[in-house]
Design a protein around this ligand. Structure first.
Ligand code: DGT
Ligand code: CA
Ligand code: CA
Ligand code: ZN
Length: 572
């Protein structure tokens, strides 16, 4: 049986077609249609294989639905096969580099014969590039930075992509003969935003059967090593997976060791030494005697520590806090009562407000904020005052119809370059909720960027500072902010900082969230969903909040509706 192609894989095909067409300087509308279809498919809430009428999906016409059907049958697309022949494969990678668009890639290809990362790197080092129209020393410097970021990043995989692949492999390995537990370890278990490789731990009766099953996994591209207690493979996606087998009586010790982080483990080992114990992946020993190892709890207990949740294991004070019985009671997905950043088809979202609300209800939520873009975000169809007023009227109407559910009238307001706001106060005052976002001028020097934000957040109009650093994982570095100057304003104006749950952002990240929490700042979790499926990304926001030691009470969308309403109202 042909294995089912996932939505993500279908989306990737469309993105690749769009990229190649872009390099060929093809029709912009065609390119946009492929890219948009890719986004829709990636965010679609159920597998396309289960959709009978593909043409009914927004943005999917006859031609695209035929292509999807071919992919679902396991066929390769003729279109893509032919397109691939027209461009050097290495050129596509260049598009991923910050600062490199299709036009620059084409120029470098035509004038300097650049065709892949190596030749690009060489061209950046030579003087000739400066003779090309548009390529000054500043740009070349930026491109060099972009290239090294790309090289760093391409060694790592985004959390959501790694998690999906790891979970599929876990399910598969659970079918091995005599298998016991199969657990994810490493940075993936700690929910780091990017993952170097996947680490899995298995226990059971028959290590050979596990390793044999692993190397026969249909998605294995290469076997790096195969042994009885450890094997490493490379999956089709290029991600490496290390699978280790432990006997049940040392499984907890193995899981603790391979969950890391390395810094946490070093700190743990020091404590063990102080107690006259030795700790390794094979257990906790007094002399030669194994005294703990079956469970992680047992391992921590012998060191007089409570169980430490994996997200905290970064040697950032968790061991001290554990000793003093001061570990936070971390937030969980079940604590979330609503989503506070959601886009609809009023701007660049794919679905009507009502459908987003119904999907949110299905997820068990009590409320949802619709936060479409403001007018400066032209490419998203950002709303001006008049249009936003209309959207708010529509939401009022919907709220009258909906029972036991509340839609907040929100807006994702652009913070302009000088810190002024993209819409007048009179309309903002009619909103239930105003998110403030930076979407432009990411590269301002720290003092200017800080001044811009002090002004915007100091206006008293913004209740949530959304995706505060603007970083896009692997694509855009965070903006530079002097947080020590911003914190007093966040506290004075009672502004919640968003932990954006989109796996492309995870912004604020765990480190920043921990810093802000320690200063008394509160948070809001929003998925930034543009599709029904996007609403499911909330779990990544929760993971990130947990990495920041955040508790439920510190997140405004864990609050019951009336408490949140009061908080929103009392701030005007
Ligand atoms: P990654 O894969 O780069 O995202 O990060 P990790 O944390 O998954 O690192 P990885 O895969 O190299 O190793 C998994 C865990 O194994 C790591 O978090 C801690 C443990 N570990 C690996 N090497 C060492 C080591 O040299 N010393 C100690 N104490 N622990 C190690
Ligand atoms: Ca790893
Ligand atoms: Ca590893
Ligand atoms: Zn935004």
């Amino acid at each position: 049986m042909a294995r089912l192609i996932t939505n993500q894989e279908i989306a990737r095909v469309f993105y690749e077609i769009a990229d190649i067409l872009d390099l060929k300087n093809d029709n912009v509308f065609k390119i946009r249609a492929y890219r948009r279809a890719g986004q829709l498919i990636e965010g679609f809430e159920k597998p396309l294989s289960q959709v009978a009428d593909l043409e009914s999906l927004p943005g999917i016409g006859k031609e695209l639905s035929e292509k999807i059907r071919a992919l679902l049958r396991g066929e390769e697309l003729e279109t893509l096969k032919n397109l691939r022949k027209e461009v050097a494969p290495g050129l596509l990678a260049l598009l991923r580099i910050r600062g490199m668009g299709p036009k620059r890639v084409r120029t470098l290809n035509e004038k300097l014969g650049v065709k892949d990362l190596n030749s690009f790197c060489r061209a950046l080092g030579e003087g000739e590039i400066l003779n090309l129209a548009g390529f000054g020393p500043k740009l070349v410097d930026d491109l060099k930075k972009g290239l090294s970021e790309f090289q760093e990043y391409s060694k790592r995989t985004r959390l959501d992509l790694a998690k999906t692949q790891a979970e599929a492999l876990v399910e598969y390995l659970k079918e091995a003969k005599g298998v016991g537990r199969v657990e994810v370890a490493g940075s993936l278990r700690r929910r780091l935003e990017t993952i170097g490789d996947i680490d899995l731990l298995v226990t059971g009766k028959d290590p050979k059967a596990v390793m044999e099953r692993l190397v026969n996994y249909p998605k294995v591209r290469e076997i790096l090593s195969k042994g009885n207690t450890k094997s490493s493979v490379v999956l089709e996606s290029g991600v490496q997976a290390d699978v280790r087998f432990f006997e049940p009586k040392t499984f907890g010790a193995g899981l603790q060791y391979f969950t890391g982080s390395k810094a946490h483990n070093i700190a743990i080992r020091t404590i063990a030494k102080q107690k006259g114990l030795k700790i390794s992946e094979y257990g906790v020993f007094r002399g030669e005697k194994l005294i703990a190892g079956r469970t992680e709890e047992e391992v921590y207990q012998t060191l007089d520590l409570p169980y430490i949740p994996p997200e905290l294991r970064e040697d950032r004070g968790e061991i001290q806090a554990g000793r003093e019985d001061k570990l936070p009671e971390l937030i969980g997905l079940k604590d979330i009562r609503g989503d506070l950043q959601v886009h609809s088809e009023w701007t660049d979202g794919a679905s009507p407000i009502l459908e987003m609300a119904e999907q949110a209800k299905k997820l068990g939520y009590e409320y949802l904020a619709i936060t479409d873009h403001s007018k400066s975000q032209r490419q998203t169809g950002g709303l001006d005052e008049k249009e936003l007023r209309k959207e708010f009227q529509e939401i009022d109407r919907l709220n009258q119809k909906l029972k036991g559910f509340r839609i907040f009238k929100g807006v994702e307001l652009d913070i302009l370059k000088d810190g002024s706001l993209d819409l007048p106060e009179r309309i903002l005052k009619t909103a239930d909720l105003v998110l403030g976002s930076v979407h432009s001028h990411f590269n301002l020097p720290k003092p200017d960027q800080t001044r811009r934000l002090l002004k915007a957040l100091g206006s008293g109009m913004i209740q949530i500072f959304s995706h505060p650093t603007g970083r896009l994982i692997g694509e855009r570095e965070p903006i530079m902010i002097d947080w020590s100057r911003l914190v007093p304003v966040l506290l004075e104006k009672k502004i919640a900082v968003e932990i954006n749950a989109s796996p492309h952002r995870l912004d604020a990240n765990g480190d920043l969230a921990k810093y802000l929490k320690d200063q008394g700042v509160i948070f809001s979790l929003g998925t930034d969903a543009h599709t029904l499926g996007g609403l499911k990304d909330m779990e990544y926001g929760v993971f990130t909040a947990r990495r920041g030691w955040v508790e439920a009470e510190e997140v405004i969308n864990t609050w019951p509706l009336n408490k949140l309403e009061n908080w929103l109202r009392n701030r005007r």
